[in-house]
Design a protein around this ligand. Structure first.
Ligand SMILES: NC(=O)c1ccc[n+]([C@@H]2O[C@H](COP(=O)([O-])OP(=O)(O)OC[C@H]3O[C@@H](n4cnc5c(N)ncnc54)[C@H](O)[C@@H]3O)[C@@H](O)[C@H]2O)c1
Length: 337
């Protein structure tokens, strides 16, 4: 099989490619990525030069770039996106261009080239926010209710993907996953931000009261869930993917990282809240478990420790990522405490 992986130089995309080539050495992968601030080919250094792996730089929102790269592709696995809520609040335009227009361009190209599968990687954030004491979780029947420009743009992309199934019979599947953590995550997201700030002797900024609850999933579990959907998923279906954790607030995540690194809770500081901040996400992943036999295998505490170790051992990776553009973004985001 020939796979086109969009956004393969990002956090989850690069973890997917490394896993896939190890476990499916008979397949070929074309990694198609614009290399925005979030794309980093260092993540894939270990497979550079491998005969069944090729990198092509390009933009999913550019129809010519996409037309050139999709020839001969069997399966599209679509990760490419602008992915950070805070950046979408500063400027939503790139989110619409990449996440909505880019997805539509890819869908058209996939249709024209008769791909066997178009798998769209999406987020639980499209469902909006749950109250802290709400017993309900998101499931495949939950109504969409996005509340940030990021989640609105991902919701738009989900609807387009689904529309191409109903309108044109494009063989699609969609997954909506909770918050991922693990190696190669860009340090603007809370877990790598907390780890690398503490390693640099800086404080960990926590929004508002810190009582924002996320469902955490180790990235390899996400990758394996996508593998299960590509292998056994039913065409036209959506599957929700979530982790083992039960309601850990962000402040507790920060305290766990502080403890792992032997730092003090005084190294955590509360900063001005994110506008429209979703209070809680929780996922009911029984459909993918019952129908495809997938479940998360990595518990939060053990794999958080391993993730901290990875950042300690890969200081060159994150120091390089945190230089340049990141500094400007960080000052803009956190200087207004
Ligand atoms: N990180 C999470 O916790 C999480 C959870 C659920 C779903 N998702 C979804 O998974 C996907 C990957 O997330 P991530 O955290 O790895 O993101 P990321 O920001 O780390 O990586 C995104 C990648 O897409 C590339 N890209 C951006 N715009 C592009 C364009 N126009 N053309 C081609 N490439 C482009 C970037 O260069 C980068 O390599 C996204 O679709 C995201 O919405 C992420």
């Amino acid at each position: 099989m020939r796979l086109l992986v969009t956004g393969g130089a990002g956090f989850i995309g690069s973890n997917f490619i490394l896993y896939w080539l190890k476990n499916h050495p008979e397949d070929e992968i074309v990694n198609f990525d614009k290399l925005t601030y979030a794309g980093n080919l260092e993540n894939l250094k270990s497979i550079e030069g491998t005969p069944n792996y090729k990198f092509v730089k390009g933009d999913i929102a550019n129809a010519d770039d996409v037309a050139a790269v999709i020839l001969g592709i069997d399966i599209v696995v679509h990760f490419a996106a602008e992915s950070h809520v805070d950046r979408s609040i500063h400027d939503s335009a790139p989110f619409i261009m990449t996440n909505v227009a880019g997805t539509q361009i890819l869908l058209d190209a996939a249709l024209k080239n008769n791909v066997k599968r178009f798998h769209h990687v999406s987020t639980d954030e499209v469902f909006g926010s749950l109250e802290l004491n709400d017993p309900n979780k998101f499931n495949e029947r939950t109504n969409y209710n996005p509340r940030s420009p990021y989640s609105a743009s991902k919701a738009g992309s989900d609807h387009l993907v689904s529309a191409y199934y109903y309108t044109y019979n494009l063989p699609i599947t969609i997954t909506n996953c909770s918050n991922n953590f693990g190696p190669y995550q860009f340090p603007e997201k809370i877990i790598p931000l907390a780890i690398t700030n503490l390693l640099e002797g800086k404080k960990v900024p926590i929004y508002g009261d810190g009582l924002y609850v996320r469902d955490w999933l180790y990235v390899e579990d996400h990758v394996k869930a996508i593998e299960a959907v590509l292998d056994k998923g039913k065409i036209g279906e959506t599957y929700l993917i979530g982790g083992m954790t039960e309601d850990i607030p962000n402040i507790e995540v920060a305290k766990k990282i502080v403890r792992i690194l032997g730092k003090s809770e005084g190294d955590i500081e509360f900063v001005k809240d994110r506008p429209g901040h979703d209070r809680r996400y929780a996922i009911d992943w029984s459909k993918i478990k019952n129908e495809l036999g997938w479940k998360p295998l990595h518990d939060f505490d053990t794999w958080l420790k391993k993730t901290v170790e990875w950042y300690k051992e890969n200081e060159d990776w994150w120091r390089e990522v945190k230089s340049g553009e990141y500094q400007k973004y960080y000052e803009k985001q956190y200087n207004n405490k």
